[in-house]
Design a protein around this ligand. Structure first.
Ligand SMILES: [Cu+2]
Length: 189
């Protein structure tokens, strides 16, 4: 018994937890979320910043099945075609709107950012990687961007590790810098 305990102490922590290391080919996959509360409605609106023309919002709610979360995204004022990535980031942004205070992506299963998300296997992507799983923002000049999809892996249940309602939204320039951001807020309970 004691020997077994010592052996487990010597095992690398990611193996003990079943979490793959970033170099591993096999990631712990995100589970599909069920029974998501359907009355809850969340919105994230990009800040009204003077140093960017990028604006937009995301609305998020659970479908009648309670499986996954419906996402409706609108973005406009994009300076060129893109592509622009956008993600759920883990921290709320302070009122002055510094998008770099948002931290990294929502990643409760510790997947890490490498290798890039394969949209054919969205369950293996970082939970917050909307553009990786569902496609980046890409627009014609002066045109807005609009999309709607179901993300099966995030949750409107605040007790779930996949809950996004107290996180933030960041839109990136093609070079990865952070163009604009906003905080998810619950607008209907
Ligand atoms: Cu991001």
């Amino acid at each position: 018994m004691r020997l077994h305990f010592l052996t487990s102490l010597l095992t690398p922590l990611p193996l003990v937890l079943g979490i793959p290391t970033p170099n591993s080919e096999t990631f712990r996959t995100a589970p599909i979320t069920f029974n998501n509360p359907q009355d809850a409605l969340f919105e994230a609106t990009l800040f009204d910043k003077s140093n960017t023309t990028v604006r937009g919002w995301i609305t998020a709610w659970a479908p009648p099945s309670g499986v996954g979360v419906k996402i409706h995204a609108d973005f406009w004022g994009l300076p060129d075609n893109g592509p622009y990535e956008y993600h759920i980031h883990e921290h709320q942004i302070p009122y002055e709107g510094n998008c770099y205070k948002a931290g990294g992506h929502l990643d409760p299963y510790s997947r890490g950012i490498d290798p890039p998300c394969n949209p054919d296997k969205p369950q293996t992507c970082q939970l917050g990687d909307f553009s990786g799983k569902h496609g980046p923002i890409f627009v014609a000049p002066d045109e807005p961007f609009e999309t709607e999809y179901t993300d099966l892996f995030i949750s409107t249940d605040e007790n779930s590790p996949a809950f996004f309602g107290n996180k933030s939204l960041v839109v990136h320039a093609p070079d990865g810098s952070r163009l604009n951001c906003g905080n998810f807020m619950q607008v209907r309970h």
